[in-house]
Design a protein around this ligand. Structure first.
Ligand SMILES: [Zn+2]
Ligand SMILES: [Zn+2]
Length: 463
């Protein structure tokens, strides 16, 4: 005993910045290397301030390709990390599109702030494109359920977390001294999500569980109800000759919406209008989906016999700026899906500026809108909004579908814990704001875990 130690360097008392340091079997292993997101100055300070020397880390194991789990990999490489980075093959390929995009945003944000005379960590890019590309040379793809030895006495395997394409939970076995099993949940998905398989938690006795808690205190709308709702909105808006604008996260949500529209179109539940996916990052991410049919859920009808889920006659993928601009002058009904999901940046803003003034159109929210974002203001019914410094009357209809979440809700988190089978000796609750984390801790106690901790940032524990 006492041979292993765990330190929480992110997603501790908050959702973003996932990064946990495991010291065991003479090795220092990082679980995730995520970016802190949110309030700009605060996040920049947290991101820039690495608490350890990356050159002294022996291996990195990442759970999935959301930036709050991989977004600091280029920073670690920039500061000398040169060991292996383990990821599932789909996560590895998603990293190849997500990290260069993140580097581009780092560089352009920093340039913008520097031009305005801003000093401090937020006016320095955390990393650049070369750092992002250097990460890719270190990533080793490891499929689900294949045991890999990090050290003679320390092995792990991935199991499907059912959250986004390639997402995984990490099941670690330490056989030095008293044997220990350590499970890191990663982000846990929902049962019945389109495209990907349902979560497959590791089962049996667990000595230490590190578990997410994003929605530990609430339940979501059902997955199937969301598709019906989407069909209804499209039918209604098209019937009156309007456009449906869908602000969306480029990874995961865009592909889910395209997939749902494909199903609705096959079932003749929406008319034959064009669906534009106007986001280069979303187009690239969709290409990675096409490369990884091995992780699709073949029980779904659309995927039973075909890998063409994202290619059907109605959908057009728009990459070039010229083609995107042409959409501005296009008449008649259409669906336009573009990033960013909270209307803070990206091509969706041009479409919004062009279409928000017309009551025939509809802005359809399919993702969470954080406080102080343009998305939140429109969702709450603002009569006028500022886009690119100009005031616009917000006359378009506003709709929200709350069922599109990639995260397990309260009921699904409890079901996931039950499927672990247990017993679980000790659990650490991470990746949640204080209230949902406390609710998740309560769930774990109710499920018989004797020792439950919600760790703070930088806290260490002997295992
Ligand atoms: Zn995630
Ligand atoms: Zn996350």
């Amino acid at each position: 005993m006492g041979t292993a130690k765990l330190t929480f360097w992110g997603a501790a008392g908050q959702v973003t910045g996932s990064m946990h340091l495991l010291e065991a079997a003479g090795a220092r292993i990082l679980l995730d290397a995520g970016l802190f997101q949110g309030h700009r100055a605060e996040a920049a300070a947290l991101n820039a301030n690495l608490a350890f020397d990356p050159r002294r880390i022996d291996a990195i194991v990442v759970s999935h390709a959301h930036l709050d789990h991989i977004g600091r990999l280029p920073l670690l490489v920039r500061h000398g990390y040169h060991g292996a980075i383990y990821a599932t093959p789909a996560t590895r390929d998603l990293c190849a599109v997500m990290l260069p995009d993140a580097a581009h945003i780092q560089e352009s944000d920093a340039a913008y702030l520097a031009k305005r005379g801003k000093k401090g960590p937020e006016s320095e890019p955390l990393y650049n494109l070369a750092d992002a590309l250097a990460v890719q040379e270190l990533i080793v793809g490891l499929p689900y359920r294949r045991i890999h030895f990090l050290r003679k006495n320390l092995a792990f395997e991935y199991t499907d977390a059912g959250h986004i394409l390639g997402s995984a939970s990490v099941d670690l076995r330490l056989t030095e001294g008293a044997p220990q099993r350590i499970v890191f949940s990663g982000d846990i998905g929902r049962v019945g999500l389109p495209i990907i398989r349902d979560p497959e938690p590791p089962s049996g006795l667990i000595d230490t569980l590190i578990v997410e808690s994003t929605y530990g205190d609430r339940d979501h709308e059902s997955v199937s109800g969301s598709e019906e709702h989407l069909g209804e909105v499209v039918r209604k808006v098209v019937a009156r000759g309007g456009k449906v604008l869908i602000p969306s996260f480029a990874l995961g949500r865009v592909q889910e919406i395209v997939y749902a529209l494909h199903e609705l179109s096959d079932a003749k539940k929406i008319p034959g209008i064009t669906i534009y996916v106007d986001s280069p990052l979303a187009v690239d991410a969709t290409a990675v989906f096409r490369l990884h049919p091995e992780v699709f859920d073949r029980r779904e009808q659309l995927l039973a016999n075909s890998d063409l889920a994202f290619d059907f006659p109605l959908v057009r993928y728009v990459r070039s700026v010229e083609e995107s601009k042409k959409l501005n002058t296009m008449n008649g009904p259409a669906v336009i899906i573009a990033a960013s999901g909270m209307l803070e940046a990206g091509r969706i803003l041009h479409h919004l500026a062009n279409h928000i003034g017309d009551p025939k159109n509809c802005v359809l929210f399919v993702g969470f809108q954080a406080e102080n974002t343009l998305g939140r203001r429109i969702q709450e019914g603002a009569k006028q909004v500022k886009i690119f410094g100009e005031l616009h009357d917000a006359r378009a209809e506003v709709q929200t579908i709350s069922g599109y979440s990639a995260h397990a809700d309260r009921t699904e988190l409890r079901a996931w814990v039950r499927r672990l089978g247990g017993p679980i000796r000790r659990a650490f609750v991470v990746h949640g704001e204080p209230a949902p984390a406390a609710a998740m801790a309560q769930i774990l106690k109710e499920e018989g875990v004797p020792d439950v901790v919600v760790p703070g940032l930088g806290e260490s524990f002997d295992l």
